[in-house]
Design a protein around this ligand. Structure first.
Ligand code: ADE
Ligand code: ZN
Length: 339
């Protein structure tokens, strides 16, 4: 199973580019930009990555993002992530970024976009990894700030396929951004939202009805509401689940308590993703391995996470078909080698 998972073709739908900032690069950029970090060493930074909940993580994550200043910094960050994708056999990735984390510090939206898009173009050309960008509004900031960010995004629609909602879920329900999402829809953006990570199942219902999202990021609290679980199975609404993240942020105490395999078996469109891999101890392969180690799953079930992610992606149908062919070919060779 381990070698099957390592080379299994994968599709990532839930990764925050700022959450891929490894301590080594954080230190390099801090030095390059003459910024003092509150850690004495890479080891000390890693050792500090112990979290009680989402907020305790977010405080450290926003602090780390402070080292990102120039176009080259955003290029280096994105390129390093793409190299991890290559290593993990990720064929396609849909990447979140938090522009407000940077524009609030005086970094231009254009600086962020230029660095990321240059790296993504290189990734497509040199690594054969396709990608899309999804802008996330920080839900702890105001509706007005989200409107301003959306206005900036309008000039980059060629590069930004959709908008999402992240940061502190508690106290910042979907309703707060209903009007922003209406405007984003009108402008032609697709939409997603973090919901039911540590907030209630009602946030999932509200994200679907009020924000009209195509996917729910996390969504694991849906099991509080059996009627909602049935509706998610029926509608095939994708859930972008992040197993290592959920254990690190104590959404589940132990991987064995996680509900994703159960939800998959109930027919929901569940996918596996890495969220903030530099902080949570692993990229895509590590997340797949952690699931396979804690549950009695078949290779077919592990491959179903990729099939679901292909279906749930924001790619055109022809591109989805090509990715599915690559997966089918892999499964043919791995599972039926003599046919
Ligand atoms: N931003 C980065 N990672 C996040 C997560 N897991 N939940 C909400 N906001 C985030
Ligand atoms: Zn997330």
């Amino acid at each position: 199973m381990e070698s099957f998972i390592r080379t299994l073709p994968k599709v990532e739908l839930h990764v925050h580019i700022e959450g891929t900032l490894e301590p080594e690069l954080m230190f390099e950029l801090a030095q390059r930009n003459q910024i003092t970090l509150p850690y004495a060493s890479v080891e000390e930074a890693r050792a500090a990555y112990q979290f009680e909940d989402l907020q305790s993580f977010l405080d450290m994550y926003y602090l780390g993002a402070g080292v990102l200043q120039t176009e080259q910094d955003f290029y280096d960050l994105t390129w390093a992530y793409l190299l991890r994708c290559q290593h993990d056999h990720v064929m396609h990735t849909e990447i979140f970024f938090d522009p407000q984390t940077h524009t609030e510090r005086g970094i231009a939206f254009q600086t962020v976009m230029a660095g990321m898009t240059r790296a993504l173009a290189d990734g497509e050309q040199q690594l054969d990894i396709s990608s899309r960008l999804i802008l996330c509004f920080l839900r702890h900031l105001s509706e007005a700030a989200a409107f301003e960010t959306l206005a900036q995004a309008m000039s980059y629609q060629e590069y930004i396929i959709g908008v999402g909602l992240d940061s502190s879920e508690r106290g910042h329900p979907p309703e707060k951004f209903r009007r922003v999402f209406e405007k984003a829809h009108d402008a032609g953006f697709l939409t997603v939202a973090h919901a039911g990570e540590e907030g209630p199942a009602s946030n999932i219902r509200d994200a679907l009805s009020m924000l009209r999202v195509s996917r729910i990021d996390h969504g694991v609290q849906c099991t509080q509401d059996p009627e909602l679980v049935r509706a998610l199975a029926e509608s095939q609404t994708p859930l972008t689940v992040c197993p290592l993240s959920n254990v690190k942020l104590r959404v589940f105490e132990d991987m064995a308590d996680h509900n994703l395999v159960d939800l998959l078996r109930q027919g929901l469109c569940v996918t596996i993703n890495s969220d903030d891999p530099a902080y949570f101890g692993g990229y895509m392969t590590d997340n797949f391995l952690a699931v396979a180690e804690s549950f009695e799953v078949t290779k077919e079930e592990m491959a179903a996470f990729t099939t679901n992610a292909i279906r749930a992606s924001f790619l055109p149908d022809e591109e989805k078909a090509k990715l599915q062919q690559r997966l089918d070919h892999y499964l043919q060779v791995q599972l039926h080698p003599i046919l």
